[in-house]
Design a protein. Structure first.
Length: 160
């Protein structure tokens, strides 16, 4: 299923560690950009869901698109929502987008048989099955809880 929330768990942990140097909004938006191709392929009933966007080259392209569009879109959404925030730096946008796109390829390569992460250099997926699916999902959920806890702890300390 595209747009899986499991990808957001590691993003929360990266946000907790990176703070203002990592945009969680750009990370999340990049996750959605990554899964547009599989969504279209689902609608078309294609047997292969993960094509060029789910390769390292695709991650570079989608990450660049996510970085360039994510900063202005995220700032617009925050402003329109009335959320007080610091401006998103281009570095935070780049980190959010590229960590988002490359981690997306990594996690999907561990679990989807139609993934070819190193295409066009090769058709193999040496990552498939390296981590049991349940373990991968629980690790993503745990990283989300860890990230949320660390963010809460940092905000609590900053309020003192």
């Amino acid at each position: 299923m595209p747009f899986t929330p499991f990808h957001l768990g590691p993003g929360a942990l990266f946000k907790a560690v990176g703070g203002r140097h990592f945009s969680f909004m750009v990370f999340g938006g990049t996750q959605v950009l990554m899964d547009i191709e599989p969504l279209v392929r689902i609608w078309r009933l294609d047997p292969v869901l993960h094509g060029p966007t789910h390769t390292l080259a695709g991650a570079l392209a989608i990450g660049t698109l996510g970085m360039l569009s994510g900063k202005p879109v995220s700032e617009f959404v925050l402003r329109r929502s009335g959320v007080a925030h610091r401006p998103i730096s281009w570095m935070a946008s780049a980190l959010g987008a590229y960590v988002g796109s490359f981690s997306h390829v990594l996690f999907d390569a561990l679990m989807h048989a139609d993934m070819r992460p190193f295409w066009p250099l090769g058709d193999a997926n040496p990552l498939l099955g390296r981590v049991e699916l349940g373990t991968l999902h629980w690790a993503c959920v745990a990283s989300g809880f860890a990230g949320a806890a660390l963010c809460w702890w940092r905000m609590r300390g900053a309020a003192r």
